[in-house]
Ligand binder design. Structure first.
Ligand code: ZN
Length: 224
């Protein structure tokens, strides 16, 4: 959790320029959004305001992410790596993180230069694949046929797969449970795509129910 304990619990090693690299990860999807540098002041500012703050090496000044674009990053937790020389900010991002407009800076595969934008982690890649099938031309697409069939077609598959999952849970081997869960999740993702909803929104709903962020915890602790 953010707060005095996180600052004092870990010993940090800044490099000879007084900087430490910061990996920024979406706390819900696990997507790595960007990497930047912080100095002690940027880290303190982040810790106190919960707004991801870095040190711009090119402008030689503190840089609150999103100060001009509005795409701020609310920091829920700050983790320190095992030898104290790298930080991880776990964030909720208000918009794209990359100056190119991409959600993440990491969209370029090393080898497949002509490939469409890559996404990591796999859950987002899968979501993107499903979305891309909506306008698929050429060879027949199972996902497109479901999307064309709308709520009725997708709902029927979700019910069918949910029932198969329930039966596997009851009486089948682990690999069958896993396989049926995969089928169910896949069709749930197709259903979300049919409504233009993102997996991230679902995860945010879950996070709201099952976990309180550092800010809420801090706020509740601050109450008299
Ligand atoms: Zn970028």
């Amino acid at each position: 959790m953010i707060g005095a304990t996180s600052m004092s619990a870990a010993k940090l090693t800044f490099d000879e320029r007084g900087l430490i690299p910061v990996v920024v990860q979406d706390r819900l999807t696990g997507e790595v959004r960007m990497v930047a540098w912080a100095n002690a002041e940027a880290l303190r500012h982040t810790d106190e305001t919960r707004q991801a703050t870095f040190w711009s090496r090119s402008r030689a000044e503190l840089w609150v992410k999103g100060a001009t674009s509005g795409h701020v990053m609310t920091v829920h937790d700050i983790l320190v790596d095992c030898d104290g020389d790298t930080l991880l900010y776990l964030v909720d991002a208000a918009g794209p993180s990359c100056h190119t407009g991409a959600e993440s800076c990491f969209f370029t595969p090393l080898h497949e230069v002509d490939a469409p934008a890559a996404r990591a982690p796999f859950s987002l890649k899968l979501e993107g694949e499903i979305a891309s099938r909506r306008h698929a031309t050429g060879k027949a697409s199972y996902v497109k046929s479901l999307l064309d069939g709308g709520a009725e077609a997708i709902g029927a598959k979700v019910r069918e797969e949910a029932d198969e999952f329930a039966r596997a849970l009851d009486a089948e081997a682990d690999d069958r449970v896993s396989s049926e869960a995969a089928d169910l999740l896949f069709h749930v993702l197709v259903g979300l795509e049919s409504r233009g909803l993102r997996l991230r929104q679902v995860l945010a709903t879950l996070a709201k129910r099952f976990g309180r962020g550092g800010h809420e915890e801090k706020a509740s602790r601050a109450k008299p």
